[in-house]
Design a protein around this ligand. Structure first.
Ligand code: 16G
Ligand code: ZN
Length: 533
């Protein structure tokens, strides 16, 4: 049975604040770090139970609030294959987090053990990490009390990126099996990525140096590390690496700043020369945005949609060149935020599926393809090679040297790409491989298709719960009548498209609009926002 006495003593040290309701949403629990102590403790116990439920497989716990402001923090669980926590357990997490007292919490735990049929005699194993936020250490201490309360065996991965934590989880759980994912250490990760990268760019002319905006977050550490492994195969110039400067994290820099403001981080202005490319990570290094200045010095953004287009086209070409066109089909997964220009470009060439926002939706849809390329416009994404596809690649006998080369490239891509989750570092290396192979400049990549001007606005409403969507969040079913009004507005704009959805991470409603010209996209967004308000 549950070690109730130990749990009680420790739980009393982490009381739930009254009047706050916590929700395990798209990004786990995420809110002001100063309110999360009890949540961390309880998540520690939940992680232990999740591991017991899965026969002692290692579960990951990541403490981060990603691109959010520095005072925010959060926590999410990682399932054994390095994926997001199974949806049914999100409700268990929310339930435990909101029990008002220690007694109510213990009762909720006993209930969970019963309904989820958890065998408490099984071992529990956990690996955990955190980003660079100042609230991290004390929140991790609360989490560790939770681990102790449930008697879990734990491994502390320290300050690390979200994708490295996902990598560790999968590597630990596949260790010694035929599916071994990688050596279960940060060095193992760096070695795996850099080895694959060097093979993929061998013989290609060296690319010009790449500026990397680390958002003053944990990505700075990962970039510093990978530089040691890359040697002269790629020259990286890290910027915004001030991980200990209060208030610097994600402030006027990083992938979310670039995407939402569609502007160059001011801190890079004096360094970026026209024609030179650069990229931004977010605060936990799972999102990536590229950009460059054109010859007139204008800022040009290359977002997740552009990355998807670049990468998908490259993989399709390699599959063809390897003589595997019939066996391996490549498909794309996007969300409603994908620019209409990208959707048109991609769906003329490949199957494209649209799913609701959030990595778990994209990831699961991508698993249905032989090679599934998924990227959110915000820069979070990866490529999944199905188990069958990996076997096909391993078994295929190329009949020409050209086929053999293409096949090797595909195999190396399966090693370069972090297939557990979006990974800024791995995705950056992937983009650099494609650019090197195609000898593309930023401008040439950009010209694959033209982005429609677009605008995203957030609207604070009294109750976001009345907003309900269908058709992968592209249409509202509630409040009644609102979608018809949006349709009526959209019709008046050339290439107009707009949708409204409740945020899964903030108490706001988001409005997205695009149209043929900038002023029209802005106008449409603000008029739709006016309908919502
Ligand atoms: C979270 C999601 C991200 C999504 C964003 C949308 C994960 C790991 N992250 O950050 O994929 O784009 O939420 O936020 O799933 P929103 O619901 O507030 O628009
Ligand atoms: Zn992130």
């Amino acid at each position: 049975s549950l070690p109730v006495d130990t749990i009680r003593i420790l739980a009393d040290r982490h009381p739930k604040p009254a009047n706050i309701r916590f929700t395990y949403g798209t990004a786990g629990f995420r809110t002001l770090g100063s309110t999360l102590d009890s949540v961390m403790f309880r998540v520690g116990i939940l992680a232990g139970l999740r591991s017991k439920k899965l026969d002692g497989k290692t579960i990951g716990v990541m403490v981060t609030a990603s691109h959010n402001p520095e005072p925010d923090n959060g926590v999410k669980l990682v399932d054994p294959r390095g994926e997001m926590l199974e949806a049914a357990w999100e409700a268990h997490a929310t339930n435990l987090a909101n029990a008002p007292t220690t007694d109510a919490f213990i009762e909720a735990l006993e209930n969970l053990v019963k309904i989820a049929k958890i065998d408490l005699s099984k071992p529990s194993r956990i690996v955990y990490g955190r980003d660079t936020r100042p609230s991290g250490p004390s929140l991790v201490a609360a989490l560790e009390d939770g681990f102790q309360a449930i008697g879990a065996s734990v491994r502390n991965a320290g300050v690390t990126t979200t994708p490295i934590l996902h990598y560790l989880v999968r590597s630990i759980n596949t260790k010694g099996t035929k599916d071994e994912y990688g050596i279960d250490s940060e060095e193992g990760y760096m070695q795996k990525l850099s080895t694959a990268f060097k093979k993929l760019v061998a013989g290609k002319p060296a690319s010009p140096p790449l500026i990397v905006d680390c958002a003053n977050g944990v990505g700075a550490q990962a970039v510093d590390e990978i530089i040691k492994y890359l040697g002269d195969s790629l020259q990286l110039i890290p910027h915004n690496t001030a991980t200990t400067t209060p208030g610097a994290l994600n402030n006027a820099c990083g992938a979310d700043f670039v995407k939402t403001t569609q502007k160059l981080p001011p801190s890079l202005a004096q360094f970026l020369k026209p024609g030179q490319r650069a990229c931004s990570f977010d605060g936990d290094a799972d999102r990536l945005m590229y950009f460059y200045l054109d010859e007139r010095g204008q800022f040009r953004m290359l977002d997740g949609d552009k990355i998807a287009a670049l990468v998908a086209a490259f993989i399709v070409d390699l599959v063809k060149a390897a003589g595997l066109e019939e066996e391996i089909k490549v498909g794309i997964v996007q969300t409603a935020y994908a620019n209409g220009g990208s959707t048109k470009y991609l769906s003329d060439r490949l199957p494209v599926k649209c799913v609701p926002t959030g990595v778990k939706h994209l990831h699961h849809a991508a698993e249905h393809y032989d090679v599934g390329v998924y990227f959110e416009a915000n820069g979070h994404g990866t490529v999944l090679f199905s188990p069958d596809t990996q076997e096909t690649l391993a078994a295929h006998q190329p009949s020409t040297p050209a086929q053999s080369t293409a096949l090797n490239h595909l195999v190396n891509l399966t090693q370069l790409i972090n297939q557990t989750v979006g990974d800024a570092l791995s995705d950056m290396l992937l983009v650099e491989v494609v650019l090197a192979h195609k000898s593309y400049s930023g401008a040439e990549w950009d010209s694959l298709y033209v982005d429609l001007p677009n605008r995203l606005v957030k609207v604070v409403v009294s109750d976001i719960h009345i907003f309900k969507t269908e058709d992968a969040e592209r249409r509202l079913v509630s409040p009644p009548g609102l979608q018809a009004k949006i349709d009526e507005l959209v019709r008046r704009y050339e290439a107009g498209r707009a949708f409204v959805r409740p945020s899964g991470t903030e108490a706001v409603v988001r409005v997205y609009a695009e149209a043929m010209v900038r002023a029209q996209a802005d106008e449409l967004a603000f008029r739709v926002a006016g309908l919502v308000y």
